[in-house]
Design a binder for this molecule. Structure first.
Ligand code: CA
Length: 231
């Protein structure tokens, strides 16, 4: 997607109305959707709605300062945050990065610099999402957030335990997992029963994926357990 047509939504939390307005106009000019608020309390409430791709957050704010907003947000959200700090406020920068800010800019800054930092932070976020939330091996893709498994473009319906079993094997690709380990992950540590229940779930998975799509995803290692190899 071209950057000029993106519709990423950005929140600007800045009490200096003129600066907030200026940033808003520039971001809109770049094709972003923009909301702005002028105090930390409203900023926190807005951020926690989860509807923003990125936050531009001033440190010196009324009601709740930017660092406090940042700390509270980080308990619940990994949304990218770029801090705006006052000149020479070294402690703010250090505290900000410690508290989980992705980046910071010292006022006054060139707007091109802010735009560049925003592009970098958004790109990093996308890479991070792809790394952490999707697993893909041999044409089989598992989307952890959506709880969705696809072979090619075709969705495969799995039960919760089949899904967790497949996820465990894919996360540990090329590592042979024994039945006890799989049982713990799939059924929980307090499960009382035979470990061969794992064999049953593996059989279900093979019916739904290996057999149906004529692939050999899950391999049995005799006397050891199961493995999914990525080659
Ligand atoms: Ca301020």
């Amino acid at each position: 997607m071209a950057e000029s047509t993106n519709k990423e939504k950005i929140l600007v939390v800045e009490d200096e109305v003129k600066i907030a307005r200026f940033i808003e106009l520039e971001l809109k000019h770049e094709g972003y959707e923009v909301d702005k608020v002028h105090d930390g309390r409203s900023g926190l409430d807005k951020i926690l709605t989860g509807e923003y791709s990125l936050i531009v957050l001033d440190v010196m704010l009324p009601e709740l300062n930017g660092l406090e907003v940042l700390r509270r947000v980080r308990k619940e959200s990994e949304v990218p945050i770029i801090l705006l700090t006052a000149r020479d406020a070294v402690m703010d920068k250090v505290s900000g990065l410690d508290a989980g800010a992705d980046d910071y800019l010292t006022k006054p800054f060139a707007i091109e610099e802010l735009l560049a930092r925003i592009r970098v932070a958004l790109k990093k976020r996308i890479v991070k999402e792809q790394e952490t939330r999707k697993l893909s091996i041999g044409g089989v893709t598992l989307d952890i957030d959506r709880h969705e498994v696809k072979v090619g473009d075709e969705e495969v319906e799995l039960t919760n335990r089949e899904f967790v079993l497949l996820q465990t094997l894919m996360e540990n690709k090329n590592i042979v997992l024994n039945r006890e380990k799989l049982l713990n992950d799939v059924c929980g540590y307090d499960y009382v029963g035979e470990t061969n229940v794992i064999d049953v779930y593996v059989r279900y998975l093979r019916t739904k994926i290996d057999d149906k799509y004529k692939i050999k995803l899950i391999q049995t290692i005799r006397g050891a357990g199961y493995v999914i190899k990525d080659n």
